[in-house]
Design a protein around this ligand. Structure first.
Ligand SMILES: C[S@@+](CC[C@H](N)C(=O)[O-])C[C@H]1O[C@@H](n2cnc3c(N)ncnc32)[C@H](O)[C@@H]1O
Length: 265
């Protein structure tokens, strides 16, 4: 593995947090997105890779999936969170490695990878299209950048819509957007040999939606942006409804559309 440059971004805050609450949420996220991500990797990850890299690997669920499906010699997970990486390393399979790195800093601290994978990462970056171009340039010739990102999150449920309003306003305030997939249609970089993309829908159960949303809202309650913009009573009411869904006491129907993009250098 090669050397890497400045890591100022390691200090920048990931809005969805890396507490144990945030980590618990990512267990449900992994269950919800596993089938669509697995199918995507099976369709587009060429066999025989030497090195596959999971960008923004979190506690390692997406890294394990990548490792199982692609079966490269080595799979490396990169993330900014030391606590997520500790969890990921503790349950690593042989051939899986983890390293702390701000993935917006290129060159990446690796020899040319055959596969770069990112799931649910670009909504948290300020310049997603620029990063896509920079990552393609990191690939070995013929290698692929596989992006598994949110195109839209739709619901007709009032609680679901209120929650979405909160997430979107918070991300926008931070120069990011949830529906980042919409930007990626224009992301095809000059020099990328082939671009294949699909939209797939994911429909979690009400309990799963409730759990993911309720845990996220708990993480953000201490965010000054939320405190300045929404009243404590309103946030308490939203939290209570999300908790009821998580406990199976009400329905909460939400549909994710994921943009899955394979860019081959
Ligand atoms: C929504 S989680 C997704 C985790 C994992 N890919 C999965 O699907 O389970 C986003 C992850 O990106 C990481 N992240 C966000 N910005 C990052 C950056 N600039 N460099 C490295 N990791 C970053 C966060 O720490 C978090 O673990």
């Amino acid at each position: 593995m090669g050397s890497h440059k400045g890591q100022e971004g390691l200090r920048e805050q990931y809005k969805f947090g890396d507490s144990t609450t945030a980590e618990t949420r990512l267990v449900t996220v992994a269950r919800v997105f596993e089938p669509s991500s697995r199918a995507f990797l099976q369709r587009h990850a060429a066999p025989g890779a030497s090195l596959a890299v999971d960008l923004g690997c979190g506690p390692g669920h997406s890294t394990r999936l990548l490792h199982e499906v692609v079966r490269p010699d080595r799979t490396l997970g990169l993330d900014r969170s030391a606590s997520f990486l500790a969890t990921a390393s503790a349950s690593a399979l042989p051939g899986m490695l983890f390293r702390r790195h701000d993935v917006t800093v290129t060159p990446l601290p690796v020899e040319q990878p055959d596969i770069l994978y990112a799931r649910l990462l670009l909504s948290h970056l300020k310049e997603p299209v620029r990063m896509v171009r920079a990552w393609v340039a990191e690939l070995t010739p013929g290698g692929s950048l596989l992006l598994d990102e949110v195109e839209s999150v739709e619901t007709s449920d009032e609680t679901g819509r209120d929650y979405q309003k909160v997430v979107q306003s918070m991300l926008l305030d931070n120069g990011q957007r949830l529906d980042v997939g919409r930007l990626l249609t224009a992301a095809s970089p000059a020099g990328a040999g082939r671009v294949r993309q699909e939209l797939v829908t994911v429909r979690p159960t009400s309990r799963q939606v409730g759990l993911m949303f309720a845990l996220n809202l708990r993480v953000w309650r201490s965010d000054p942006f939320l405190a300045a913009r929404y009243s404590p009573d309103w946030l308490d009411g939203l939290q209570a409804e999300l908790d009821r869904a998580a406990e199976g006491l009400r329905s909460l129907t939400v549909t994710w559309t994921m943009r899955q993009l394979a860019l081959t250098r």
